[in-house]
Design a protein around this ligand. Structure first.
Ligand code: NAI
Length: 729
């Protein structure tokens, strides 16, 4: 028997097993929208009327099981009553699935996220395909929301309270093997055996064979299963989120919803979940985080960056990385991890061997996280061909990424050597942090095939990659690189070629201001604390220590042409480098480090005559302290200059790049959303005051003044007249 809907399909086989296939039309991944929910209600009605022996829910799409609820729909909701109605519909529907008289199984491959997992949790069993694509979790807090379709109530019952809180509060997703270990799924099987294992699982359940689920040990049972134990677990969770609760109201809301599930009746638990969801969905934090999510989706579309008619780019068959240092090894591993064979070249066998070792260790980490099986890990390492003096393995490369030391003459020499050896169609990319890609391209015979590809450190963790369009880069080159970044699972932002591109250019005025503040007498830890209170993942000095003071010194040198006034920072960096205070990697910079852990502040962040920083925010400052304004407003000002200069065309590109590239307070939605939320007029007035007090560098950008005069924000349409090209000369 077959019953076809638009998005769902109900089949029944001779054994009496009903299979419900999800294939949501018009979208690349299955999501729950109003139509799908409507169809599922109808399917469940049929199953209730004539219960089969078993129901299997699975996806007809290769892309995965169910990626969650339609976020556009959530964004459109205007009233609390409408939110409650949508949540109630989900609760009722999933309750009915849970109460079907026959066993139900969710067969998971690829993403099973948010509402998708909440649906799967209402099934009696879950089985998952064990490969790198399968990710299972409730990432709602990353969108400023909480699970709203029963996740806060059902997950703790399935995986235990501590594991559930960890998953919900971190919003992290689990691969199949980890999901099996915590009892979230009942079977995880590799791709080759998956279908047979699913069949066996179904037959075992039909035959009434029992299933063993993992136990949690005595301590686990005490903590998760008793009232005093749970009190301890909730208190610990509250303590862990305390410092972030103000910026991320979804965190305490999620804890309240989970805890309600243990305090009162089942109905009260679900009602609390609805109320807490309704409370957070309209907060600026949720609005901004959802906006960042959509910006990321937009950035991942090739048509955002290059015209559709751009020559269809061919995926790279053979890549080569020149430079096997921190970045080169990281990039080579990422490519090999994603199935691209890669040649890794450096100047000596020992250095290349060091790079390969790093690749092995990164791949080993992926195995311990359950992302790869040992066999797959071995295949990743096999995809890397090391070479030092011999160029011949590069002959077939159709993509080369240069990641040698940040010295223009060395990079140009590498480009010159490559130029004579590669096919004219090969794309050549530089991972330079700040040098002119257009000038590097001049060293080759085909500058149109050259562009920048700026990965961030650590490569496997950072989501952003800046694709730098040189003066001569053609659309098909940019398209190849944009496609590559997407294939690597990262987010591309295409930027014009200018010192520091976008992210470093915006970051450096902030780091520069932090160093000036110390020199003026503000203790470094006070400055770091204020930055973290604003919402940065770490303070400027900890960040500088991580980047490396030597690298910061090099990069800051490239900004010389953009500087509006001289300052003490380059000399301060140079002095630190001369004395060997290069940051975390050298054991000391602005802080001391022992075994990688941060210790005391060093002399570089301790002023001889300290003066307390004014820290109390006022209404006039939109809740920001004087110190925060001094750190953050230069970023906004520089961002306005980048838009004027055409480094990127739209404000959202700035915001997305800063959130993904630097961790800029995601709940604020990026520097330009921050400016809009504060009011551009207020930012301009504050910059004028700062400019009078501290110097011309705070002089507001013309674009800021114009928006202020027109009483507009960045997210109102940008006037085209102010955009002119400013590129490396
Ligand atoms: P690194 O010093 O760890 O590695 C550079 C490698 O290049 C060394 O192994 C060196 O032996 C090799 N090399 C030098 N000349 C060579 C040549 N002619 N042929 C082949 N290999 C050669 O440097 P790191 O940190 O990996 O940086 C590499 C590039 O990535 C630089 O342009 C840097 O600005 C950029 N970058 C660095 C980031 C970081 O945080 N470390 C972040 C983003 C970009």
């Amino acid at each position: 028997m077959i019953d076809d809907f638009r998005h769902l399909r109900l089949e029944q086989d001779g054994r009496g097993v009903a299979t419900v296939w999800f294939d949501v039309q018009g979208v690349p991944v299955n999501i729950f929208n109003d139509e799908v929910v409507g169809e599922l209600q109808e399917v469940v009605r049929q199953l209730e009327r004539q219960p089969p022996r078993m129901v299997v829910f699975r996806s007809g799409k290769m892309s995965g099981f169910l990626a969650g609820a339609d976020l556009r729909r959530i964004q459109q909701i205007q009233t609390a009553d409408e939110v409650r109605m949508v949540l109630m519909a989900g609760h009722e529907l999933f309750d009915r699935i849970e109460q079907l008289p026959c066993p139900t199984i969710a067969v998971i491959h690829g993403p099973c996220l948010g509402g998708g997992l909440e649906f799967a949790l209402a099934c009696r069993y879950r089985v998952a395909r064990d490969d790198a694509q399968t990710r299972i979790g409730l990432p709602e807090v990353q969108l400023g929301l909480i699970p709203g379709w029963g996740g806060t109530q059902r997950l703790p019952r399935v995986v235990g309270l501590r594991q559930a809180l960890r998953m919900i509060l971190e919003g992290a997703t689990l691969p199949a093997a980890k999901a099996l270990a915590v009892g979230l799924v009942d079977l995880a099987a590799p791709v080759g055996e998956f279908e047979a294992e699913v069949e066996r699982f179904i037959n075992d359940r039909l035959a009434g064979r029992s299933l063993r689920r993992p136990t949690r040990g005595l301590v686990g049972a005490m903590l998760d299963g008793t009232w005093p134990g749970r009190t301890v677990v909730f208190a610990t969770a509250r303590k862990q989120i305390r410092s972030r609760s103000g910026h991320y109201p979804a965190l305490p809301a999620a804890i309240r919803a989970v805890s309600a599930g243990f305090r009162g009746t089942r109905t009260a638990g679900f009602a609390t979940e609805r109320e807490e969801f309704t409370r957070v969905v309209f907060t600026p934090s949720a609005r901004n985080l959802i906006e960042v999510f959509f910006q990321r989706e937009r950035a991942r579309k090739r048509s955002t960056w290059v015209p559709d008619e751009a020559a269809p780019p061919h995926p790279p068959h053979q890549a080569a990385i020149i430079g096997a240092g921190t970045m080169g090894a990281g990039i080579a591993q990422l490519l090999a991890f994603n199935g691209i064979p890669v040649v890794l070249k450096d100047v000596s066998d020992e250095i290349v061997a060091g790079g390969v070792k790093r690749i092995e260790s990164l791949t080993g980490e992926a195995v311990s996280k359950g992302l790869l099986s040992p066999d797959e890990a071995a295949a990743v390492v096999r995809r890397v061909t090391p070479t030092s003096t011999d160029w011949s393995p590069l002959a077939d490369a159709d993509l080369v990424i240069e990641a040698v030391v940040e010295r223009e003459e060395i990079k140009r020499e590498v480009f010159r050597q490559l130029g004579g050896r590669l096919s004219p169609a090969a794309v050549l990319a530089s991972n330079t942090s700040a040098l002119s890609v257009s000038r590097l391209a001049e060293a080759t015979r085909h500058p149109e095939r050259v562009a920048g590809l700026h990965f961030f450190n650590p490569v496997h963790r950072m989501q952003l990659v800046e694709v730098v369009r040189g003066l001569a880069s053609d659309d098909s080159t940019v398209a190849v690189l944009v496609d590559l970044v997407r294939r690597l699972g990262k987010v591309p932002v295409v930027v014009a070629d200018s010192p520091g591109f976008l992210v470093n250019r915006l970051l450096f005025p902030y780091l520069d201001e932090a160093v000036r503040l110390v020199i003026e007498g503000v203790p470094g830890p006070d400055i770091d604390r204020e930055a973290i209170r604003f919402g940065m993942p770490m303070g400027p000095f900890e960040l500088l220590d991580q980047i490396g003071v030597d690298i910061a010194a090099d990069v800051s040198g490239t900004f010389a042409p953009l500087r509006t006034e001289p300052g003490p920072t380059p000399e301060r960096f140079a002095a630190m480098v001369r004395e060997g205070w290069c940051g975390k990697k050298s054991g000391h910079g602005f802080y001391e480090y022992r075994n990688g852990r941060r210790g005391k502040t060093t002399k570089w962040a301790t002023p001889s005559v300290p003066r307390p920083a004014p820290t109390s925010p006022t209404d006039e400052t939109g809740g920001l302290t004087a110190l925060q304004q001094r750190l953050i407003f230069p970023i906004i000002n520089e961002a306005a200059k980048c838009l004027e200069a055409g480094i990127v065309t739209d404000p959202w590109m700035v915001d997305l790049a800063m959130v993904l590239g630097t961790g800029f307070a995601p709940f604020r939605g990026g520097p330009l959303r921050t400016a809009d939320a504060l009011g551009v007029g207020r930012v301009v007035r504050a910059l004028e005051t700062l400019s009078r007090e501290y110097g011309d560098r705070f002089e507001p950008a013309p674009l800021l003044r114009m928006l202020c005069d027109e009483q507009r924000g960045f997210y109102a349409a940008m006037p085209a007249a102010v955009v002119h090209e400013e590129v490396h000369q």
